[in-house]
Design a protein around this ligand. Structure first.
Ligand code: ADP
Ligand code: MG
Ligand code: MG
Length: 888
């Protein structure tokens, strides 16, 4: 038989903290606190699965469930010596929601349930305090009227304000019993007028109403949005906790409060929290009255002249402090606690792991490891890798005033301030003059790379989280706000138009890539701190992890940044990025526009020394660490001008005829460039390009080895291979060049030739391709595109709809699609290693910096992950957590 209800209280409970899925977080921890013998008002928990049952049966509470609840209430009556619905010593109840994952304040709670026109008298009589009874009754009507009957809470607030004004009171606490009684009468009249039905006077009716309302609140708009944001499945449902009330509003020896066992913003080991005398829980949250500090230390620090709990109720405070210590060492984590003091007696109402800032998380984990509460491995596993983003970039000082003029997507974290510029040329120019700028564009293209480099941050009015601007900015570790649709860029007049203000070139703005906000003016920032607790956690992470962490980098600045973040080599150097820079793009264009191989070789000869010096610098920075260099990958037309204006400009610069240039641009046009003439297909059509690149790599390896004394073992990666014969053709060219260079230099060069696995065919034929490939690097951006048949650049227009409608749970370009793309990776890894057991396996797509995807890589047995420089610490931590979880 289905058991719907679990009871707790009186020193024991039917459930425990282990039953979180069934009892919800709140119910499981209430049970756990009872089992520990802590003072918790008795109650019962209706299991989460009852919630789906409630929805499946047309929002009706089954009779079997009602019977179990009634039995649970009998138990509460025995433990409290009170009776539900009776007019002597009435038992009042709180009805509280509580899902598996904490959703603070998202769902509804009803307090003081069971009060009626009769029981209110009995309650007053029993407590010897009529004012308290009527205060509780008005609170109940207010909450029940709002949560269960659906009357807007403002209706009640207006009545209360009106009464207070009439009576000349400032605070709720000043109302007398008779005055509250009058408020109650007005509340009830209003309910009847507005809803055409009276406030229910049968406590059982109230109870089923409240339980139904808590179940229903699982589907309220707030809760639905919260679940979306935090990936909480709708099927989980919420539990309902029905608990005997204790009263913080029973005069001046009563109080209610919330506390963290450590400071949730700094992590300092100090009791941190607030309380209110003569109040109930919702007063603290609602902020009607200003709460007081718990400890004397906090009161002094805040310079408050209102007494602390420590001073005011020393016995209850001491009991509370002991419970805090007990719970912290029991749960071995910082706790967020809710408590109430009724006439000097302390009651615990909730315990859960406290939410904290990234900085506090680090300090708490390090401190707890130091205190022997947790191991170093556990400390590492406690940190949310994604939260490190907060620490690796400058952030806006939380105390600063924000003058928000618009917002977009939080595309790349961190905050940046600078003058507005509208073109990449302006950005580069300003940087040369030592000015800091924000590059403001409608959207960016590959030609903006140098401008993005020069800017402090990037703001676009179009594009999503995987737009060019977003992806490149994240790669560079630059703050970026994308798709700020409420802002308009007027390029001709160089204006940024917002709803309130119009800004021009040179005006200063700040962007917050962590929140998506765009702000006017310069704002004070906090600088990242990478030593201390952060350094310690990273050192522990490095001891724990199995996989190596490399970086995707092609510029010396990125490579250096990545090294400082702990990268252990380069997993992807995209050589095409090197050709967009400065004067090179025109030499590149000369090569593309050449009539024949001889013409191409002439241009390539000019590119060779440039490319070689790039590699020398990268090899030097990486000082013997592995460097994977990918041969030219994008379709050639990406390097050519597009608009008439640009064509005219380039024709002039290259001293060729505009019509010749236009014709070449037209012949290179492709319908599906992503599936077109690119990757190894270029090297097969124009082997001289691959040969130039291979020569640059080998010559640079020799030179860097000479300069640093550390041997370089380059890994040359052939992109977009689907057939072994493709790889063989290109590999033969590379080997021939290697032979020449070795002969010329008179020294040996060790190198590997491998391929990206980014086509389903390559994954399936991995055992054959591995006969020639010495390593595989999973290019999961393209592998996701080609597996799904979804173009990443065009996905923005429908993927968000997919996510919204629950067709896919995750954006597969952010987190590896474990079932489909993941299956191909598993197949390729397994088949590849069957042929070549020392086959090196890595990942170099954007997923290489995504914690969930990194867990997948660990399970699949990859040797390394490679990600953008600023994600390297995140990847180090995530790789450690994956290894810790796998191996303990
Ligand atoms: P939330 O999940 O929004 O925190 P809770 O169910 O914890 O909602 O209830 C909010 C507040 O109501 C609690 O912090 C507490 O102050 C008060 N409360 C809940 N149950 C009781 C109870 N049995 N007795 C007294 N106060 C209670
Ligand atoms: Mg709570
Ligand atoms: Mg690719």
């Amino acid at each position: 038989m289905q058991k719907w209800v679990y009871t707790f209280g009186g020193g024991s409970a039917e459930g425990s903290a282990a039953d979180r899925d069934l009892l919800g977080g709140k119910g499981a921890n209430l049970a756990e606190m009872c089992n520990l013998g802590l003072p918790v008002p008795p109650g019962l928990t209706i299991v989460t699965t009852a919630c789906s049952h409630f929805y499946d049966s047309g929002r009706v509470i089954p009779d079997a469930l009602k019977d179990e609840v009634r039995a649970g209430i009998r138990r509460m009556e025995r433990l409290t010596g009170r009776q539900f619905g009776r007019d002597s010593r009435p038992l009042l109840l709180s009805v509280r929601s509580g899902a598996r994952a904490s959703m603070p304040g998202m769902m509804d709670t009803v307090l003081n349930l069971g009060l009626t026109d009769e029981t209110v008298q009995a309650l007053g009589h029993d407590a010897g305090d009529a004012r308290f009874a009527w205060d509780s009754y008005r609170r109940f009507i207010q909450m029940y009227g709002d949560v269960v009957m659906g009357l807007d809470h403002e209706v009640f607030e207006e009545i209360l304000e009106d009464e207070k004004a009439r009576l000349g009171h400032e605070q709720d606490t000043e109302l007398s019993a008779v005055e509250w009684q009058h408020v109650v009468a007005r509340y009830k009249e209003t309910i009847e007028e507005e809803l055409g039905e009276p406030f229910p006077q049968d406590p059982e009716v109230q109870l089923w109403g409240a339980i139904g309302a808590v179940f229903s609140s699982w589907m309220n708009a707030r809760a639905v949005t919260y679940r979306h944001l935090h990936n909480i499945p709708a099927e989980w449902g919420t539990a309902v906790n029905v608990q005997a009330m204790v009263f913080g509003n029973l005069g001046n020896s009563s109080a209610t409060g919330v506390a963290f066992t450590r400071n949730p913003s700094t992590g300092a080991k100090e009791l941190y929290g607030e309380f209110l005398v003569n109040a109930q829980g919702e007063d603290v949250v609602a902020g009607i009255r200003t709460p007081q500090n718990l400890t004397e230390a906090a009161r002094l620090a805040a310079g408050s002249d209102r007494p602390s709990l420590e001073k005011l109720m020393p016995d209850a405070f001491e009991a509370f402090q002991a419970i805090c210590d007990r719970l912290e060492s029991h749960y071995r984590d910082m706790q967020d606690l809710e408590f109430t003091i009724e006439r000097g007696t302390l009651w615990m109402l909730q315990a859960r792991s406290g939410k904290r800032t990234a900085k506090a998380a680090l300090k708490i984990a390090v401190d707890m490891a130091g205190e022997g509460l947790i191991s170093e491995g556990e400390a590492v596993s406690r940190i949310d890798p994604a939260s490190l983003d907060q620490l690796l970039h400058p952030t806006i000082d939380p105390r600063a005033r924000r003058d928000v003029i618009g917002s977009g997507l939080p595309a790349s974290p961190g905050a940046a301030t600078g003058e507005i510029v509208f073109t990449s040329e302006q950005a580069v120019h300003a940087q040369e003059e030592g000015r800091k700028v924000i590059l403001v564009r409608i959207e960016t293209s590959p030609e903006d790379i140098h401008g993005m480099h020069a800017a402090e941050g990037i703001l676009t009015t179009r594009g999503g989280m995987t737009s060019h601007a977003a992806v490149v900015a994240r790669g560079m570790g630059k703050p970026c706000v994308s798709g700020a649709g409420m802002l308009r860029v007027d390029l001709r007049n160089e204006l940024l138009i917002t709803q309130g203000v119009t800004l021009g070139k040179g005006d200063v703005i700040t962007i917050d890539g962590s929140s998506g906000q765009v702000l006017k003016g310069a704002i004070p920032m906090l600088q990242p701190e990478l030593s201390g607790d952060f350094g310690l956690i990273m050192a522990w992470a490095d001891k724990t992890r199995r996989m190596k962490v490399r970086t995707n980098a092609e510029t010396p600045a990125d490579a250096r940044a990545a090294r400082s973040f702990g990268a252990e080599g380069i997993g992807l150097c995209r050589t095409e990025h090197m050709f967009f820079e400065g004067g090179r793009i025109n030499v590149m264009r000369e090569m593309i526009l050449a009539e024949d191989e001889a013409g191409r070789r002439t241009a390539l000869a000019k590119l060779l020394p440039m490319q070689r010096s790039d590699f020398v610098e990268l090899f030097e920075i990486m000082h013997g660490l592995p460097v994977t260099i990918r041969l030219l990958d994008p379709p050639l037309h990406e390097f050519l001008p597009k608009t008439d204006e640009e064509i005219a400009e380039v024709a002039l610069a290259l001293a060729i005829d505009e019509s010749v240039l236009r014709r070449r641009v037209e012949t290179l046009h492709e319908f599906n460039p992503m599936l077109g003439h690119r990757g190894c297909r270029l090297a097969i059509s124009y082997p001289e390009i691959a040969e130039m690149q291979a020569r640059a790599i080998f010559e640079a390896a020799c030179e860097a080895a000479r300069l640093t004394g550390a041997a370089v073992e380059p890994e040359i990666m052939v992109p977009l291979v689907g057939l072994k014969s493709e790889l063989d053709y290109v590999k033969a060219r590379i080997e021939a060049v290697a032979k020449d260079v070795i002969a010329e230099a008179g020294v040996g060069i060790a190198y590997l030739v491998g391929t990206m696995i980014e086509l389903p065919r390559a994954a399936l034929r991995a055992h054959v391709i591995a006969e020639s490939a010495e390593f595989f690097s999973f290019g999961t951006n393209d592998l996701t595109q080609t597996t799904f048949g979804i173009s990443r650049d065009d996905a923005a227009s429908f993927l968000s709809t997919y996510i919204q409608k629950g067709i896919v749970e995750q954006d597969p370009f952010v987190q590896i699609d474990f079932d489909g793309v993941g299956e191909l990776i598993r197949i390729a890894a397994e088949r590849g290693r069957r042929t070549r057991n020392n086959l090196k396996l890595g990942i170099c797509g954007e997923h290489g910096g995504d914690p969930a995807s990194i867990h997948f890589c660990e399970e699949t047995g990859l040797d390394y992950v490679s990600c953008s420089p600023f994600r390297v610490p995140i990847a180090r931590l995530a790789a450690a957590q994956a290894a810790y979880r796998n191996g303990g």
